[in-house]
Ligand binder design. Structure first.
Ligand code: GLY
Length: 486
């Protein structure tokens, strides 16, 4: 695997697909490995462009489309890329990992079949049911009439049983037990509605199924029981495939904060910041997660002969110390990755390569199989609040210069991960805003308190016009009630 790159460095060329903060964190962590010569980021962002050993690749195409995917395969072949890591879900759902494998290229990312665990909520729910993965009860509807009838019945019964205006916190003062309406397909975070009243539930069903606001992603809906608790994300590395014993290696737990404003107020976003380890995720929670969710998931992958070589993201709701699975994602989380990877004390390249090789990583492989790889974590915590553009998650400003006081930032020990931020037309001129979630500042600390305080000191060193952020990332107070997956 060792071949000198154009600068004479020994090691492997690696390709990271995607352009968000997660991909910046992946590229940064891969570049730290002595076994990596160069990291290509396609298309990357202003952060990956400036990272040591990294280079952005502009193929000038929609990289989720067929032509774009072929261009990536051709690029990998031409540039001696020994490993590709796919960041986002869309290209995975469209089969990019299958294309790389068919071309004989090593890739960390599940194929199209396995990606249905995220791309179809109905498929994923049925998988959970088949293998006894603990999850909130849900029903699937392929027509609005049946879905609306179910909603009517639910609210009639829940009103009778709780009494109008009474009830607990989950009912948000309405006297009804909320329902969760989920569009089946990928919807970029817009496919989940918590409905505390029949009107909201009916509105969501009509929008998804009649008005087709999400296109075919909303032709089937799931209606799920609402659970109250704390959301936790567990990212994990998976190697499973036909004819071999599978393994899932979970990372430390993290918590995302999805609503735009403090305390769970405002609309849902892609994630306003993360902390790792997730406060309150006890050893008892981890044991429960392993028995009730991880192990049945692995049994399911094995029983169905699913070839899964990639990352998986368990979106959990913790109620008491019981874990329920709200959703699978077939990739690392964003912004969870920005908080989790700085705490990884093992070689991330080796981890990704072991996943990509899967069953081949035994024998003559240059890295141990996933089951034998050490997975060490640094002590302490990382808090990573996200700075967003004015207007986000609605239409937002773009093209504003980002001012960074590097000296002040350095004193906090925080790492800036760019997301919707690009370099200006003149090299080294600096960063400009180019997306809704602009950047994250991942600050380490001896504990969550210190990490938070450093992260917020780091935010003081960064500014752009209309910059917004939440002031409560990583606080113990829970605000997960209103999010319930994406
Ligand atoms: N942070 C939520 C996600 O990545 O889906």
């Amino acid at each position: 695997m060792s071949s000198p790159d154009s600068s004479g460095r020994e090691g492997m060329n690696v390709l990271v697909i995607g352009s968000g903060g997660r991909e910046h964190a992946i590229a940064w962590k891969l570049a730290q490995s002595g076994r990596v010569a160069r990291v290509y980021a396609a298309p990357g962002n202003g952060g990956t462009a400036a990272e040591a050993k990294c280079e952005n690749v502009n193929l000038g195409r929609d990289l989720s489309g067929e032509e774009g995917q072929e261009a990536l395969v051709a690029f990998a072949g031409k540039h001696d890329v020994g490993l590709t890591v796919v960041g986002p879900e869309e290209p995975l759902a469209l089969g990019i990992a299958d294309r790389f494998r068919a071309a004989g290229l090593a890739v960390a990312g599940p194929g199209r079949d396995a990606a249905r665990l995220e791309a179809s909520k109905a498929f994923s729910k049925n998988f959970m049911k088949r293998y006894g993965v603990r999850a909130p009860a849900s029903r699937e509807f392929s027509g609005p009439v049946e879905a609306l009838a179910y909603v009517k019945e639910h609210f009639a019964v829940s009103r009778r049983s709780t009494g109008s205006g009474g009830g607990n916190g989950a009912e948000r003062g309405s006297g009804w037990l909320p329902l969760v309406i989920k569009a089946d397909g990928l919807a970029a975070g817009k496919g989940v509605v918590i409905a505390p009243s029949p009107e909201t539930a009916e509105g969501a069903i009509n929008a998804f199924m009649r008005d087709r606001s999400l296109g075919k992603a909303g032709d089937t809906v799931l209606i799920e029981d609402f659970l109250e608790g704390r959301e936790v994300s567990i990212l994990a590395a998976v190697d499973a495939g036909p004819g071999r014993a599978g393994i899932i290696r979970p990372f430390i737990a993290a918590r995302d904060h999805k609503s735009r404003f403090e305390g769970g107020a405002g609309p849902n976003t892609g994630g306003m910041g993360a902390i790792a380890p997730a406060p309150g995720f006890t050893e008892a929670c981890r044991e429960d997660f392993t028995a009730a969710i991880l192990e049945p998931t692995l049994r399911g992958l094995e029983a169905e002969g699913i070839d899964y070589r990639g990352f998986i993201f368990f979106g959990l709701m913790i109620s008491g110390e019981r874990c329920y699975l709200l959703e699978y994602n077939v990739r690392l989380g964003d912004p969870e990755t920005q908080a989790v990877l700085p705490l990884l004390d093992s070689d991330f390249f080796e981890l990704c390569y072991a996943i990509a090789l899967g069953g081949l990583s035994a024998g003559s492989s240059p890295v141990p199989a996933l089951k034998d790889l050490p997975l060490r974590w640094k002590p302490g915590a990382v808090c990573a609040p996200v700075a967003v553009a004015e207007g986000y998650p609605g239409p937002y400003r773009k093209g504003d210069p980002i001012f960074i006081d590097r000296c002040r930032l350095e004193k906090t020990g925080a790492k800036l991960f760019a997301a919707g931020a690009q370099q200006g037309p003149v090299r080294d001129e600096g960063l400009y805003t180019a997306g809704g979630r602009v950047l994250a500042l991942a600050a380490p600390g001896a504990d969550a308190r210190e990490a938070r305080s450093r992260a917020y000191a780091a935010l003081e060193a960064v500014s752009f016009r209309g910059m917004g952020f939440r002031r409560d990332i990583g606080l113990a107070r829970e605000d997960a009630v209103e999010t319930h997956g994406r």
